[in-house]
Design a protein around this ligand. Sequence first.
Ligand code: PAF
Length: 283
Amino acid sequence: MKVVHTIAELRDALRPFDSPALVATMGNLHAGHLALMKAAKPLGDVAVASIFVNRLQFAPHEDFDTYPRTLEADCEKLRGAGCDIVFAPSEREMYPEPQGFKVQPPAELADILEGHFRPGFFTGVCTVVMKLFQCVFSEAKGRRSALFGLKDYQQQLVVRRMVKQLALPIDIVSAATERAADGLALSSRNSYLSESERAEAVQLSLALRALARDALAAADGLERQLPALEQRAMQALAARGWQPDYLTVRRREDLQAPKAGDALVVLGAARLGNTRLIDNLEI
Ligand code: PAF
């Protein structure tokens, strides 16, 4: 496995290959990232991981400065997962001058849910993902694949829409959320949780499951009952000491309010102490 830090080194390392498969990460890797890496392996002739904590997707009050940077440990894990090339650029390499050009996703998809509570987040994500795509795929001659976890449900939808609307010749592959034994969705930010918070954290996915059950029971009355069901789910979590941002049932394809017969996804984001967790469940 090669570890490269510049775009020029990355392109050199990729030159002998035709079909890169990319897993973009911000490091502090867990089993969810490694499952993506393993899924990337058969999709191309070279499996690439990027590790870059992208300042553009953090608001000033968020955890950019304290986000765990664990490059050596990450490389060990990636080696075990069959990664061929790790691209770990510095900030100066990715943003040698202030990044004035940005990729702005459509408001109806990107300014709701995560984008509502984290304004500018998806512009930061799309901008860096587009740049990573340029770095990894610009000289590829065969299939180009990029893998995204369903844990960040809205993110993979936004990236899919970007690829479609900008006609990028890249297959976006989504992979199931990896969970701890108790059901907590794996996330780099789980490492912020204290022992007692870690024991409590699974309640977010349990709350989503309960809301999913209520939504299914509402059947044809879903549109009418949904606001009350969502409010009850948020109140139940708040009563346990959480600060929920949203618990909601949406149409899978575009995260808009669902109508009878739509394929559904339940999504939630809530703060436990100082840690903001997100999770979702397709129903
Ligand atoms: O999901 C993440 O870790 C990040 O949002 C991504 C896709 C690597 C872009 O910085």
